[in-house]
Ligand binder design. Structure first.
Ligand SMILES: Nc1ncnc2c1ncn2[C@@H]1O[C@H](COP(=O)(O)OP(=O)(O)OP(=O)(O)O)[C@@H](O)[C@H]1O
Ligand SMILES: [Mg+2]
Length: 414
């Protein structure tokens, strides 16, 4: 007898932050855009950078990775960082990754020229400011040094790349997190490189408030980027996201199972992976039948609770949890009029304060800290919404009753 792997071992689905999906569905347009940008870069034609924004788990990170791979495979210099929100760390990551990007290029001749250009930048900036200044703890001076160095680095590298029909593509994940100083510097560099005809592009991804954050940093940011919202996939793409990996692994979903999976996942990429994984594991039959989808639902939910909600809930402080619970209750009282996953209807900040029996001023600290943690965002003045789809449903259903949660009107909490 040969050792057949258990059916679970062949499970192709990959729920998890930044986990490459077995099939990247619904992103053809974005990949085409990148393909076109690269083709134009080779012809010395310019473009705008691109900003992707969307809720947690819609696939921003895996899209950035796919776009980076595409650009790299076509001889562009690419660097990718995740913004941390600490000025020094963000600058360090930028210097480090841009330098590395140069060393990853296939042409050894170009690599050498870039190495020389980078060495030159390092020596010029030291000479220019003098050793005493570069080690100074005086923040504005240090910031000036960093922004000067970064601009010089990007300019020198990009000039060299342009001569070789290439360009520098800088992919930044969680861009809404970047601290104000490096963010402003990067936007002005993108602006200036464009004016000088140099192919340097920021391809950023972040939460829905990212476009606003960029405009606040530099008013002209609006003109520098093409903005794309990443959201739920349509039914055809969602079905493909389930069926293609299942089929290529030898066990498709039956038609009615597939229809149900499309319905319960709402086209939300993280849900596709969680429901696909659970349904695959729930049955040995081929094709996977409808009954497997129903049986697997608790496992899919547990996967989502664990991967998407729980850790975020844990990160919030006690007042933060009270605030989130009030938001969830308001969402629960306001049935969503669309097919969007629930809990995303924005809540009014004054209504939240009222539910908590406080003034808006008294709860503003909790709100700000939740925004900082990336758990909520402000879609418009005076409103807040969850960054994680269906977070409100999780809170009402499963938020740990650990005595720390808001205990005002929680009737349907376990
Ligand atoms: N286009 C897609 N098709 C199928 N599955 C996808 C797609 N995009 C992402 N996924 C899956 O969705 C999950 C979340 O993806 P990812 O981590 O990229 O989301 P995100 O938007 O970066 O989330 P966060 O805001 O939490 O960082 C992963 O399991 C990934 O495999
Ligand atoms: Mg991400």
């Amino acid at each position: 007898m040969n050792d057949m792997p258990p059916i679970q071992a062949l499970n192709p689905f990959m729920p998890g932050a930044g986990m490459r999906p077995p099939e990247l569905v619904g992103r053809e347009k974005d990949l085409e855009t990148m393909d076109r940008m690269v083709a134009r870069t080779k012809l010395h034609m310019l473009d705008r950078g691109i900003i992707f924004s969307g809720l947690r788990g819609v696939g921003k990170t895996v899209l950035l990775i796919a776009l980076q791979e595409l650009a790299s495979s076509k001889d562009m210099a690419t660097a990718r960082i995740e913004a941390e929100g600490n000025t020094e760390t963000d600058y360090d990551a930028l210097f480090h990754e841009i330098t590395l990007a140069a060393t990853r290029l296939p042409s050894s001749w170009l690599r050498e020229n870039l190495a020389k250009a980078i060495a030159n930048v390092n020596s010029i900036s030291l000479d220019f400011f003098g050793a005493g200044v570069t080690v100074s703890t005086d923040k504005p001076e240090q910031a000036r040094t960093n922004s000067f160095k970064l601009e010089l680095l990007i300019e020198s590298v990009t000039k060299e790349l342009r001569k070789n029909n290439s360009g520098l593509y800088l992919f930044i994940d969680e861009l809404q997190e970047m601290s104000e100083e490096p963010l402003g510097t990067l936007i002005s560099i993108q602006h200036r490189m464009g004016q000088e005809g140099l192919p340097f592009y920021i391809i950023g991804a972040g939460l829905p408030n990212l476009p606003g954050t960029l405009s606040k940093s530099r008013s002209y940011a609006e003109r520098l980027f093409e903005y794309r919202r990443i959201g739920q996939l349509d039914d055809a793409d969602t079905a493909e996201g389930f069926q293609k990996p299942a089929q290529s692994n030898g066990r498709p979903f039956s038609d009615d199972a597939l229809k149900e999976l499309v319905r319960v996942s709402h086209g939300y990429p993280y849900f596709i992976q969680a429901y696909g994984k659970a349904a695959w594991n729930a049955s040995d039959s081929n094709p996977t039948p409808l009954s497997a989808v129903a049986e697997s639902e608790p496992y899919a939910r547990a996967e989502l609770d664990e991967g998407l909600y729980s850790s975020r809930w844990q990160r919030a402080s006690t007042p933060g949890r009270r605030y989130l619970t009030a938001m969830a209750e308001i969402g629960g009282d306001t049935p969503s009029s669309t097919s969007e996953i629930g809990g995303d209807t924005p809540s009014s900040t004054s209504e939240i304060a009222r539910r908590l029996g406080k003034t808006p001023g008294e709860v503003s600290m909790a709100r700000d800290s939740l925004i900082k943690l990336g758990l909520i965002y402000s879609p418009e003045h005076g409103k807040v919404a969850f960054t994680v789809p269906d977070m409100g449903e999780f809170i009402l259903r499963a938020a740990p009753s650990d005595g720390q949660a808001y205990d005002g009107r929680r009737s349907n909490v376990d």
